[in-house]
Design a protein around this ligand. Structure first.
Ligand code: NDP
Length: 246
């Protein structure tokens, strides 16, 4: 039997970047997966179709994480399709990087809406539908603990808010054996952080290991936390960054 057989998972931003790796990995481990997207409709539908063709179960739903009503709608659709939600993966995220003097209040609203408020909103919409033993896994960033350099204030601020969310909710939901954890990746080769830039060379110079990680590296950790093997890990951050923060 596969590790996530009979489990239902919701992955925000699950059609692109490391979210796509997470979607495919959870499906390969036996979970039925609902993946959300805001812009990447075609890619998300293709991933869902590939999973269904391979004998799995997947649905792609448009849901802008910046809009709590759309997230609630995605949760409701997941319940209509599959009856409940065992695993939420809050993966959708955005990076606004520039000199602090150039920041606007709109930047703040946008980054906090997607990176923070959406995490709260999805948990709030889903909590009644998560059975005992469920999982809430959020993709933060190692930059919550190490801002690394300039231009990251807003992003680091948003990602560090997830630590309080994770610790508080782990205590709220612990009596139901629902675990709540934060996965904090370091440099992972995606559209957000391509590995062939000048910045990437600087980032490499700060790592303990030689190179960038992959979406599959992160997906493996998420699948472990989602599985029964992860049942005693809760309320904590797991940094997966090639030793960047060491
Ligand atoms: P990408 O930019 O490659 O992908 C971002 C994903 O988030 C896409 O699936 C995108 O979907 C989705 N997304 C963005 N905005 C929204 C929105 N408003 N509503 C719904 N979905 C949205 O980034 P990564 O894959 O690299 O990042 C995934 C997560 O990992 C993020 O939380 C990021 O902060 C975090 N992270 C990334 C690191 C890296 O080095 N790559 C390092 C540390 C953390 P769509 O195209 O449909 O908008």
């Amino acid at each position: 039997m596969k590790r996530l057989e009979n489990k239902i998972a919701l992955v925000t931003g699950g059609g692109r970047g490391m979210g796509a790796n997470i979607t495919k990995r959870l499906a390969a481990e036996g979970a039925a997966v609902v993946l959300t997207y805001s812009k990447s409709a075609e890619q998300s539908e293709r991933i869902a179709a590939e999973i269904n063709q391979a004998g799995g179960r997947a649905i792609a739903i448009k849901a802008d994480s910046a809009d709590p009503a759309e997230l609630t709608n995605a949760v409701d659709k997941t319940i209509s399709a599959f009856g409940h939600i065992d695993i939420i993966v809050n993966n959708a995220g955005i990076y606004v990087g520039k000199a602090f003097e150039e920041h606007t209040m709109e930047d703040y609203e946008q980054v906090m809406a997607v990176n923070v408020r959406a995490v709260y909103a999805s948990a709030l919409a889903a909590v009644k539908h998560i059975p005992d033993g469920g999982r809430i896994i959020t993709i933060g960033s190692n930059m919550a603990d190490n801002a690394t350099g300039p231009h990251a204030t807003l992003y680091a601020m948003s990602k560090s808010a997830l630590s309080g969310f994770t610790k508080g909710l782990a205590r709220d939901l612990g009596p139901r054996d629902i675990t709540v954890n934060l996965v904090q990746p370091g440099p992972i080769n995606t559209d957000m952080n391509p590995s062939d830039t000048e910045l990437a060379d600087f980032l490499r110079s700060r790592m303990a290991l030689k190179d960038y990680g992959t979406g599959d590296d992160v997906a493996g950790l998420v699948a472990f936390l989602a599985s029964d093997e992860g049942k005693y890990i809760t309320g904590t951050a797991l940094t997966i960054d090639g030793g960047f923060n060491a």
